[in-house]
Design a protein around this ligand. Structure first.
Ligand code: SF4
Length: 323
């Protein structure tokens, strides 16, 4: 493993855009998103369904071609690579999906499934060495070797997700997009998979972008948290800072929905009312204005920019103007 420098950026995303053409106009799924993830660190990306978090992950890996902006990986401009060059580069940038079952080939055994990325990228062309590596990977992710010839439908969700993780690791990546990797799992299995991902990060120096709709999942897992709303990044801060001082009204509402473990401590849940603004050809105003309890005319006439309100804490809201 090469030396990890947690002060050195591995992923630099600047002004990333991904629009989709629809009959009613361009849908702005990701709109001018900027962030950096340093080596060996985890950025949790949080927001409700349709906020653009998964599209951002896929656009970084160029599984979806970005409409604009730039993505640098270890200093290299990924958007300047040809399709063939990107195919090779993807060895270093992997993804783990939410639903491992739909991402696994039902006709391949567990061992064949884990071996497949190594075949595609010509890692261990010697079959015996590849098989040895598959067994090592099964040990690493906690899959019993006796399961090597079973098929995905014979396994539970937790084990299927372990296969997804082993596949991603098989090509020795530096960066992994974890796209809601525990959302489809029971709570007890969720904890096991999160612990496994954490151990792997420590052992292998991996860098993660961890996408989830559930802030409580990323609380202890992420170094930094970015909150997205309707294609925009609206707040980003180190994890502890975000939980201690949530500033954007949408982040405050998300946090208020997390159950309080201390039953004697009363927290007021903030219920969001109002319609969600259409992401199709959105006006240059605050996209949260229709649901925000603090909205003023100004919020319906102009769009706030991300502003650093304390070290590494960025917020996009007019309420921070006096901070
Ligand atoms: Fe609410 Fe206005 Fe801030 Fe938008 S800019 S989050 S509408 S207060």
């Amino acid at each position: 493993m090469s030396k990890i420098d947690t002060n050195k950026p591995l992923i630099e995303v600047e002004g990333l855009k991904k629009y989709f053409a629809t009959k009613r106009g361009m849908l702005h799924a990701v709109d001018d998103v900027t962030f950096t993830i340093n080596q060996g660190m985890t950025l949790g990306v949080v927001g409700e369904s349709g906020c653009g978090k998964s599209t951002t992950g896929r656009a970084i890996l160029r599984l979806l071609e970005p409409t604009g902006g730039s993505v640098h990986f270890d200093g290299q401009d990924l958007l300047a690579l040809s399709a063939e060059e990107m195919r090779h580069k993807r060895q270093e940038l992997q993804i783990i999906f939410q639903d491992p079952f739909s991402s696994l080939n039902p006709r391949k055994t567990l061992a064949e499934t884990i071996a497949e990325p190594m075949e595609i990228h010509h890692i261990f062309d010697d079959k015996l060495k590849r098989e040895e590596r598959v067994l090592e990977l099964m040990d690493t992710v906690g899959l019993a070797r006796r399961l090597m010839n079973v098929y995905p439908h014979e396994l539970d969700g937790g084990r299927r997700q372990r296969i997804g993780i082993a596949r991603a690791l098989s090509v020795n990546p530096k960066f992994i997009v974890c796209d809601e990797p525990v959302s489809a799992l029971d709570v007890s299995i969720q904890a096991q998979i999160l612990n496994l991902l954490e151990d792997l990060q420590e052992d292998m120096g991996l860098t993660y972008m961890f996408i989830t709709h559930d802030l409580s999942v990323v609380n202890h897992f992420s170094d930094d948290i970015a909150v997205m709303y309707l294609g925009k990044l609206i707040e980003q801060a180190p994890s502890e800072e975000l939980f201690a001082h949530p500033t954007h009204p949408y982040t405050q509402a998300l946090l208020s929905a997390i159950p309080e473990p201390n039953i004697h401590k009363k927290t007021q849940r903030i219920l969001l009312k109002g319609e969600i603004t259409s992401p199709i050809e959105p006006k240059p105003i605050c996209r949260f204005a229709q649901r925000c309890n603090y909205a003023t005319d100004r919020c319906r006439e102009g769009e706030p920019c991300l502003k650093e309100i304390s070290p590494k804490h960025f917020v996009s809201c007019f309420l921070t103007d006096d901070m």
